[in-house]
Design a protein around this ligand. Structure first.
Ligand code: P6P
Length: 337
């Protein structure tokens, strides 16, 4: 019989060890906030897993700020996150993909962190049982702020933590607090996320590209030129195509296996499709922490100064050498208007 591991490193223990390492500088507030996010992930995972059984799939009959039909799980996941983050007493501002306006937490429950999140990304895949996920980024409010929208309209480089939880064959939570990237897998029998992927480092080059090539006719020429170079290489083997259509799943694979994920702005989606604050920023933060690159094609994603909470941006992220290969095409070919 296999000897049980008697030294399990749970997410809580791992984050706490980070806090202890930081010594007096750490008040424990971020630890408690991350614990609240961990609990929401477990709660959402439970509901995703049994959705089909308790008829949670299908439309909630409402549409969100993006004009997209909200699935019941979207609505539920958003409510779970808002309630838990507010109750943690550690947040001042919340931004959700599902809510038109930011939530400014009332004084009685106000803390010093802002959380921007997509409670259930990839939700159009829910009915098909494809992996979906929660994406989050965390800012600390400015010292002289009581918590206002300005606290989240800041470059992603000012985030103090970012992560996602992917709901699939297993439930994986991937997190960075600025000291590298770690992955945890939910042991449902324990109800704990266990450290299973310490210090995730993205390979410097991969063999996979992940784009929705159904948009090729709209792609700007540098993107099509780059794709052609890896599909019809002058030497070596062509890359493999993998596209799930759920950002959390496509980025998770890219972090582990390497390669490049792209959802560029194009002639149809002039600002791109993915949201800057709660999709691009957290995934760019994780990618850079794992040793990769995240760019719009013309600038580092984490350097962008958001103008409004639901703005979109062009996204290319992944292995350093693959993204640098793409950038060569942006330098060589002028963008069409
Ligand atoms: P498309 C899911 O709706 C999402 O926001 C991301 O998770 C995903 O990367 C993208 O949109 C997929 O978009 O146009 O390829 O279906």
């Amino acid at each position: 019989m296999e000897t049980p591991n008697t030294n399990l490193i749970t997410l809580t223990r791992h984050v706490l060890s980070d806090q202890i390492r930081l010594g007096a500088a750490a008040t424990g507030d971020l630890t408690l906030l991350l614990n609240a996010i961990e609990v929401t992930s477990k709660f959402i995972a439970t509901n995703v897993r049994k959705a089909r059984l308790i008829n949670l799939v299908g439309l909630a009959g409402e549409t969100n700020v993006q004009g997209e039909e909200q699935k019941k799980l979207d609505v539920l996941s958003n409510d779970i996150m808002v309630n838990a983050l507010r109750a943690s007493g550690k947040t001042a501002v919340l931004v959700s993909e599902e809510l038109e306006e930011a939530i400014i937490i009332e004084d009685a429950q106000k803390g010093k962190y802002c959380v921007v999140f997509d409670p259930l990304d990839g939700s159009s895949n829910i009915d098909a049982g494809v992996n979906i996920g929660t994406i989050f980024g965390i800012y600390k409010i400015s010292p002289d702020s009581k918590g206002a929208i300005e606290d989240v309209l800041r470059p992603g480089s000012e985030m103090v933590a970012a992560g996602y939880t992917m709901y699939g064959s297993s439930c994986n939570l991937v997190l960075s607090t600025g000291q590298g990237v770690n992955g945890y897998t939910l042991d449902a029998s324990l109800g704990e996320f266990i450290l299973t992927h310490p210090n995730i480092t993205i390979p410097t080059r991969g063999k996979i590209y992940s784009f929705n090539e159904g948009n090729s006719m709209y792609f700007h020429s540098p993107v099509n030129a780059y794709l052609k170079s890896i599909k019809y290489p002058t030497n070596g083997k062509p890359y493999s195509a993998r596209y799930i259509g759920s950002m959390v799943a496509d980025v998770h694979r890219t972090l582990l296996y390497g390669g490049i994920f792209g959802y560029p702005d194009d002639k149809k989606s002039k600002s791109g499709k993915l949201r800057l604050l709660y999709e691009a920023f957290p995934m760019a933060y994780l990618t850079e922490q794992a040793g990769g690159i995240a760019t719009t094609g013309t600038q580092r994603i984490l350097d962008i100064n958001p103008k409004h909470i639901h703005e979109r941006c062009s996204v290319f992220l992944g292995s350093r050498d693959d993204v640098q290969d793409l950038l060569k095409f942006y330098k060589d070919v002028p963008l069409e208007g």
